[in-house]
Design a protein around this ligand. Structure first.
Ligand code: HEM
Length: 132
């Protein structure tokens, strides 16, 4: 088979500019989250360097880039935090805003939002992963 542009679609990860763009998005995202008085408290005792690294790795996978995720699964990391749906939505809003601010195309943002909807149950309190 001949490999053409048509048969090897470019991933969202490549389209937005690869690892550098993901790092920029994660930086901007946590700047926004830590500046949000309703959310900042969750991160007071968190090692933010490791946190940024893990979110960047995860966002890379979500965007179709290489999988090098070394963090815990989402339910294990979030169920002990008792996160209400309102805070989940606020965090999703900050991610969307960060991606928009960086000029990420709308179809990519829509796909990221679809993944957020898929993981909501693992992240919010009492979600599907609660007893896992
Ligand atoms: C929207 C989907 C979300 C995704 C994809 C996500 C992603 C992640 C990732 C990859 C980690 C690192 C896990 C690890 O290091 O093992 C993490 C940890 C964490 N997340 Fe989220 N997160 C989401 C929503 C939220 C929300 C809504 C909050 C709070 C309102 C939150 C607060 C935290 C905190 C505090 C930690 C650190 C927990 C710890 O170190 O014990 N996350 N998240």
């Amino acid at each position: 088979m001949t490999v053409t542009e048509e048969s090897t679609p470019v991933s969202h990860f490549e389209r937005i500019g690869g690892a550098g763009s993901v790092t920029a998005a994660v930086e901007l995202f946590y700047e926004r989250v830590l500046a949000d008085p309703e959310l900042a408290g969750y991160f007071v005792e968190v090692d933010m360097a490791g946190q940024r690294r893990h979110l960047a790795q995860m966002l890379t996978v979500v965007l179709g880039g290489p999988n090098a995720y070394t963090g815990r699964d989402l339910a294990t990391a979030h169920q002990p935090l008792g996160i209400p749906v309102a805070h989940f939505r606020q965090v999703g809003g900050h991610l969307t805003a960060a991606l928009t601010q960086l000029g990420v195309p709308g179809d990519v943002i829509e796909d990221v939002q679809a993944v957020l909807a898929q993981v909501q149950e693992q992240v919010v309190a009492g979600g599907a992963g609660a007893d896992a």
